[in-house]
Write a protein that binds this ligand. Sequence first.
Ligand SMILES: [Zn+2]
Length: 159
Amino acid sequence: MKFIADGMLGKLTRWLRMLGQDVKYSNQSEDAELIAMAKKEHRILLTRDLELYQHAVAKGIDGFYVEGRTEAEKLAELAERFDFSLTIDLRRSRCPRCNTKIRLTPKEKLADKVEKNTFTYYDEFWKCPKCGHIYWQGAHWKGILATLEEAKKNQKFVA
Ligand SMILES: [Zn+2]
């Protein structure tokens, strides 16, 4: 299962990638390009644009019209529809920036790449082999978990 998201769904794209979903995203693609890429790469088109959604479906593309107002609501809708877990497992996560699978990286290798305090305080670091961005479960992690908990609650109310 692979997705392609329209330009309005940048934030949702980053969430989905963290959850391990393969999501292509470009905020510079025209509707016709999105449809063409979805077709060529067998990706499910995620969009907040009803017209684009209808257009895609008419062309035989698998699409999903995203309606939720908050990220938690959007994630709940998608998890319900496509049956995936709303729990982050970093071993399956993709880089929120570039969609490449991140890799657990020995701490020693990153001594000069992260701030000293961060390096001292955390033990597990993940690196994107493509863009080089480094991830760890830092102070923002609590917020991430809170959003996912909210999403899981929302999920129960989706028909
Ligand atoms: Zn990356």
